[in-house]
Ligand binder design. Sequence first.
Ligand code: BGC
Length: 742
Amino acid sequence: MGRSTADPRMRQFVDSLLSQMTLEEKIGQLNLVSVGFDVTGPVVSENVDENIRKGNVGGVFNTYTPVAARKLQEFAVNNTRLKIPLLFGYDVIHGHRTIFPIPLGLSTSWDMDAIERSARIAAEEASADGLNWVFSPMVDIARDARWGRIAEGAGEDPYLGSQVARAMVEGYQGNDLTQYNTVMACVKHFALYGAAEAGRDYNTVDMSMNRMFNEYLPPYKAAIDAGAGSVMTSFNEINGVPATGNRWLFTELLRDQWGFDGMVVTDYTAINEMIAHGVGDEAHVGALALKAGVDMDMVGEVFLKHLKQAVAEGKVTEEEITTAARRILEAKYKLGLFEDPYKYADEQRAKTTIMKPEYRQAAREIARKSMVLLKNEKQVLPLKKTGTIALVGPLAKNQRDLIGNWSGAGDWKQAVSLEQGIRNVADSSIKINYAKGANITDDEQMIQRLNAHGGELQIDKRSSEQMIAEAVKVAKSSDVIVAVVGEAQGMTGEAASRADITLPGKQRELLMALKKTGKPLVVVLMNGRPLALAWEDENADAILETWFAGTEAGNAIADVLFGEYNPSGKLTATFPQVVGQIPLYYNHKNTGRPYNGQLLDKYKSRYMDVTNDPLYPFGYGLSYTTFNYSQPKLSKSTISPSESVEVTVNVQNTGNFDGEEVVQLYVQDVVGTITRPVKELKGFEKISLKKGESKTVTFTIEPEDLKFYNNDLDFVLEPGEFKVYVGTNSRDVKEASFTVTE
Ligand code: BGC
């Protein structure tokens, strides 16, 4: 991928540069400062100009636009002794200016080409807008819907997560990082950030090595294998050692075992935070991080303050500092910054690139693909394009929340509301009766917190009784109710965990009142995490999960509601019945006393008050049409450990619409030297079938797919019986089995 560390010209160039650098200048390269408007932590970088002039800055983030970036780059190049250009980073997470669905939504498309295209477009826009480095992809496996950052990743599955990780890295970096329109990816947050206890952000992680290697590490590894140029540390500790000071993680695993040769940046002030973790004072944690294999200090300025002294005291060596500086200079070299520091700040290109109509069109297409139809009784959807719709709910006319969290350069005023989308897609004769019905939340403290961080939550001061009464009134005079409910975008993302994951505020009460009108009730959800929707599932006629679908949200949702697009998204994170079931995920272990559905069988692994079932399982999502699966057939019933086996299944579209289906393959290793999950995703294919059409899908299970890390961390294939499950989601599957001989 582009220029590798083995490139002799790069080696020569960087060697020669390093030989001219003082210790201070090398330390300066390790410093990343935030310049601009976005603050994602408690501290802001100060004295930036002075620091740049002194050669104390290796890169900046939170500044973009070609004009601003050029100005800063000129300042750095013209005012420093060695004229080393700066890196320009930014949280480009799900699009840069044209905003795509939040990452959890991108993943529910199960469409790797579309996901890669979203990252490609983000790179086109970002690189035209002064940036050369994006803090994405976020590949943390998350099994806890309370955690706000579940919105930022691809959900709970390591296999799917790995595919998404690769697609994103390839989309950002292309196959040549020196190109003007590619940007360096940054895989985050290394590692295991999504396993924070109780879903509370920044919380402790304690995990067995086999769980780590089998269930949490694969997506990071996939991103590294795809050539990601940089890695970001995570805020959490891992088994007693903060990730940012964890030498095992960054040196032994990432570099020595996985062969990563790029640069490592900390998360925001993560070195400083090791003091609160309780592993030493500022000078000590700075040395810890460097020795662990961290190269760049984001905002904390611990390296800047302490490393020189640390060399003098023998706590770190100059060689260790040189190594870190080398990796940063190499990143700049790989990006081509030494040839042309201004290649990412081209005003003309920005004008013709940013928010091109074709990008908006791509955003609309992927947004439609990401939507998950959770329920559709009596074919209430798709809606007729004529008649009268009661459009109700706090998110029905909303634009602010549609672009979701981490959309810093996105302009929410450009987002298409659902109301507008309906007008764009339905017949001009359609009548829309609108009522807000409820606020997203009425919790004063929550509102204050959301608005303090750019939420712009519009609160209707009327009483909830009044608002609900108005909604009921419009519902009564309409043919169908479309209730648009969910979360504010700021209720997910960083530092946005929720202990209660039902619909916030009075929104369920609103739905209850609407239900009583007897009119067909279509619930459109906008939210950033799996919600607990037991009541909604029982009472709504249809439920469409749309996440925060981005700039084209309203058009895309209307396309789905009116059948211009037949929904094909599938969940990538389990929806529980109630929050108390969490962590709830499909690839769990069986236990010694698995629950068997028998009411009076007491001594089973179960709850007194709820079954073990999810509300909606991993891989679940309906279509307007129906699909019939044949029994899966295997090419062989017995294979040797080096052979592969083919699984074929015939899928037929048996309903009344053309549609797409994600055909899913799961494998279970029935007996192991350590216990194995009840099933694990090992393949999927998204196919398109015309009404009545059928297709044969073939999966090849390779020996690699049957291997796992045992307790000695050997990656082994253990002979014996394997079950194969094929189906439309992780629960509704058909089964076959084969044996691997000794
Ligand atoms: C987040 C990162 C982000 C960084 C820079 C941190 O608070 O955890 O995901 O990339 O800020 O904005």
